[in-house]
Design a protein around this ligand. Structure first.
Ligand code: FES
Length: 104
């Protein structure tokens, strides 16, 4: 795959609602499989430095389990308080049974 994409998981590795920690390019990322597709975001919540891996995927958003903010997986925008800063969302591609992310 061209560009800065790196392999992150096999396509059959995660079911909808599951996520995987990915460390690449010096970044801690979360690869998320939502009902409508794959997303990749920063692992750490923007409110306090807490891992979103301990939260859960609901629809196309991820919930932080510490204070309950939801983030849109496609845009990284917080959907409710207390978080008011976005997390970063990264491009994801699926090809040949492999899921690729571009950590930018
Ligand atoms: S640490 Fe995530 S909402 Fe507070």
């Amino acid at each position: 795959m061209a560009g800065g994409f790196v392999p992150a998981a096999r396509e059959d590795e995660l079911q909808p609602g599951q996520m995987k920690r990915v460390v690449t390019g010096g970044k801690q990322l979360l690869l998320c499989r939502a009902e409508d597709g794959w997303y990749c975001v920063d692992e750490m919540c923007s409110h306090e430095d807490y891992s979103l891996y301990f939260g859960c995927i609901k629809g196309r958003s991820i919930k932080c389990s510490l204070h309950g903010s939801y983030f849109d997986l496609a845009t990284g925008k917080p959907l409710n308080e207390p978080a008011d800063c976005p997390i970063r969302s990264y491009p994801v591609r699926v090809a040949d049974g492999q899921v690729w992310v571009d950590p930018g």
